[in-house]
Write a protein of this length. Structure first.
Ligand code: NAP
Length: 342
């Protein structure tokens, strides 16, 4: 029994839905995102992690490239010192693109564990299926001259290192992020330890029905990033054609019925559809209302159907900076023709 005190207006973590992974482990069906874009400081995000756990969050989505794991680690240490057992938390992190090489994954994981002040991770993901990376904050037209298309042989070398982390007990589950069906098919064919989760962009205007179904049919739990449509994403990730989920009349109407912000409707829809949304916010009122939304009465069948009908196939995180020189455009990163683009 935990001696940790939940905030008086918090949500009992036992009332938050969970998803069961292929190992039988349960992941809380909502997590807190920690990517501050260009707008929020690491200190503000670490304070939000502490505040979110105090109101009932038990799942935090981290990544080395967000540059704030050392600060989040201090927040985690404080809540555990306050009586919350480590086993009650679900902590995810991700290996960045510059650490795919032989021996590097172990180094990256060790660094993340040190920063987060943990001795194991619940889930470790390969952040992107490419070793291509860029300096922080560069424009979308910037290209890494060493960038290459997806090479399965190399991805498997990285995956084997991920598998070794599980064997070594440093990581309980491993998974993928920003993958496509053709790439996942190869991984499922060759993996000794199959991915437990796939983190992918999922919000009402970008529902990815095919990839979602493929993932679920293969026993992989989808984690949905940018679940609110990432209104605070960096300006470099915005284009004129992008649509805005929280302004959609269908979402706004449901929000009015419930007396909540449209963001909460996006989160509720994500949980109810079966993905694990990881909304970001540093504001207590926002992250608390997102958690309350995940744990409260479901949307009606008609509302779920109405939201299913507003998919606009509008990908927001296009990944242009990971393109290789001969690539035509960002769609090459996503294998839109059904085969791996080279
Ligand atoms: N695997 C990957 O490659 C990948 C990529 C992207 C993101 N992620 C993960 O996914 C997380 C979430 O994605 P995201 O940060 O892009 O976007 P998001 O969660 O869709 O949007 C976050 C923004 O939504 C607004 N918001 C949140 N809750 C709200 C509420 N209750 N009411 C009103 N507004 C609310 C806030 O904007 P205001 O501040 O304007 O109020 C907040 O900054 C990231 O933090 C990161 O952990 C992973």
């Amino acid at each position: 029994m935990s001696s940790f005190t939940l905030a008086s207006d918090g949500v009992d973590p036992n009332c938050v839905p969970t998803r069961t992974l292929s190992t039988g482990a349960k992941i809380p069906a909502i997590g807190l995102g920690t990517f501050g874009s260009d707008r929020f400081s690491g200190e503000a995000i670490a304070a939000a992690v502490k505040g979110a756990i105090a109101v009932g969050y038990r799942h935090i989505d981290c990544a080395a490239v967000y540059g704030n794991e050392h600060l989040i680690g201090s927040a985690l240490q404080a809540v555990m010192a306050g009586g919350l057992p480590r086993e009650e938390l679900w902590i995810t992190s991700k290996v960045w693109n510059d650490m795919h090489g032989e021996g590097d994954v172990l180094l990256a994981c060790a660094r993340t564990l040190k920063d987060l002040k943990l001795d194991y991770l619940d889930l470790y993901l390969i952040h992107w299926p490419f070793p291509n990376y860029h300096a922080p904050g560069v424009g979308v037209d910037s290209r890494d001259p060493h960038a290459r298309p997806y090479l399965h042989e190399n991805y498997m070398k990285t995956w084997r290192q991920m598998e070794r982390l599980v064997t070594a007990g440093l990581v309980r589950h491993i998974g993928t992020s920003n993958m496509t069906i053709p790439k996942l098919k190869l991984l499922l064919r060759d993996a000794q330890i199959k991915p437990a989760c796939n983190e992918m962009e999922l919000h009402p205007h970008f529902q990815q029905p095919e990839l979602f179904k493929f993932v679920v049919d293969n026993g992989i739990v989808p984690i949905g990033f940018s679940p609110i449509g990432s209104p605070t994403r960096p300006d470099r990730d915005k284009t004129r054609d992008d649509t805005v989920d929280i302004e959609d009349p269908v979402i706004v109407k449901i929000a009015q019925r419930l007396g909540v912000h449209p963001a909460v409707v996006c989160v509720k829809w994500g949980v109810q559809r079966g993905q694990v949304p990881i909304p970001f916010s540093v504001y207590r009122e926002q992250y608390l209302s997102n958690l309350q939304g995940a744990a409260s009465d479901p949307l009606t069948a008609e509302e779920m159907q109405a939201i299913a009908g507003i998919d606009k196939n509008c990908r927001l995180i296009k990944g242009q900076v990971f393109l290789w020189e001969s690539a035509k455009d960002w769609e090459d990163l996503w294998d839109v023709k059904g085969e791996i683009a080279v």
